[in-house]
Design a protein around this ligand. Structure first.
Ligand SMILES: Nc1ncnc2c1ncn2[C@@H]1O[C@H](COP(=O)(O)OP(=O)(O)OP(=O)(O)O)[C@@H](O)[C@H]1O
Ligand SMILES: [Mg+2]
Length: 356
């Protein structure tokens, strides 16, 4: 299998609409995807994920920009002439064919020999855990098995890039988590380039080399899961990836990468900071729920408004001077639990605060 790099260059898709005004579904998106890389397009409904994917696959024609696969522009090619394969949310299997023939379908069209087809299909069946099911009809399979067939059918074509549009959203929660790991394992083993669309941030975090957060057809942020989680560049990114607490502050001073800011009447020094701020300017502190704790004493006095046992953590909601704050206190078994109505203190390590 020869994984290819994918270049998306100033890609644009405008749907004309004379009643509501033109819809800029994809608005000047550029990214370089390396051969073998797993990139996820993540964003809320309507942000342009599917449109981008459909343009890569050739189901939709861009109104601007270019798409290059392995260095060659593919925009003029019909979907069947592109070195791409897509796994759909709805599986889109052929209901009148059995598992084997579903997977073999594309290879038959490519006119491979019966022997070659057999070898490839059997190899993929083993890889996707479908051995023994080859003569079953697709309506005799569970949702998870159907999704495996869809994956096998795409993989067997050995495309330069594999495209996924929310492939797990029809599965129940447990299976979804299991399939994430499996898809990622297979993708790594085969070394195939993958573009994966989801609006589930946990899915994006757990599977991707890189996440592209889209908002209104534009790239809001792009980076590794750790980068986007620990260094969100906007409140939108911070809230889209995980839960984020935000506190407004006023910058007092900055020394290199350490910021001093006044926040809710307290002066906080040594806030890690990557860009430069002018004294007096507004800033927003982003604090993850697991990066703080509820204590006898701490930084900000808080009223506990919610306290829920979640097993691996105690979920708190605090009111700090009218600001709602979420805290995940890990391993609550060993801790004093605060109840709603109690006064407590929010404590945090300044090193875990991110400022934008
Ligand atoms: N064929 C079309 N004609 C007109 N507008 C369209 C068409 N397809 C998509 N759009 C619009 O383009 C925008 C992006 O749609 P797209 O399907 O790419 O979103 P998405 O990010 O995949 O959302 P979801 O998470 O709901 O699947 C939306 O505003 C949508 O209404
Ligand atoms: Mg979509």
């Amino acid at each position: 299998m020869s994984a290819k790099g994918l270049s998306i260059i100033n890609l644009e898709k405008v749907y004309p609409n004379k009643y509501t005004g033109d819809v800029h579904a994809v608005d000047d998106i550029s990214m370089e995807i390396q051969p073998g890389e797993f990139v996820t397009l993540l964003g809320p409904s309507g942000c342009g994920k599917t449109t981008t994917l459909r343009m890569i696959a050739g189901f939709e024609r861009p109104t601007g920009g270019d798409i290059r696969l392995g260095g060659e522009s593919i925009c003029h090619l019909t979907p069947d002439r592109r070195d791409t394969a897509m796994v759909f949310q709805t599986y889109a299997l052929f209901p009148n064919l059995n598992v084997y023939d579903n997977i073999a379908y594309g290879l038959k069209i490519k006119k491979l020999s019966r022997q070659e087809i057999r070898e490839k299909v059997m190899g993929i069946l083993a890889m996707t855990g479908l051995e023994g099911l080859e003569s079953r009809h697709t309506n005799e399979l569970s949702g998870g098995q159907q999704q495996r067939v869809a994956l096998a059918r795409a993989l067997v074509m050995e495309p330069g890039v594999l495209l996924f549009d929310e492939p797990l959203s029809n599965l129940d929660a447990k299976l979804r988590v299991q399939m994430r790991t499996e898809i990622r394992k297979i993708q790594r083993a085969v070394g195939i380039t993958a573009v994966y669309v989801t609006h589930d941030q946990a899915e994006a975090m757990s599977m991707s080399d890189r996440i592209v957060i889209l908002k209104d057809g534009k790239i809001a942020q792009m980076g590794s899961p750790k980068e986007v989680y620990y260094h969100p560049t906007s409140e939108f990114s911070a809230n889209f990836i995980g839960t984020a607490n935000t506190l407004r502050g006023t910058v007092k001073s900055q020394e290199g990468n350490a910021l001093t800011a006044s926040v809710l009447g307290r002066e906080l020094a040594g806030i890690p900071c990557e860009r430069s701020f002018q004294p007096g300017s507004e800033c927003t502190l982003i604090i993850r729920p697991e990066a703080c704790s509820v204590q006898e004493d701490g930084l900000f006095e808080a009223k506990v408004t919610l306290s829920t046992f979640m097993g691996s953590y105690q979920l708190y909601e605090l009111d700090i001077d009218g600001n709602r704050f979420t805290v995940h206190e890990n391993n609550p078994k060993t801790r004093r639990i605060y109840e709603p109505g109690e006064t407590a203190w929010l404590d945090l390590d300044i090193a875990d605060v991110h400022v934008i």
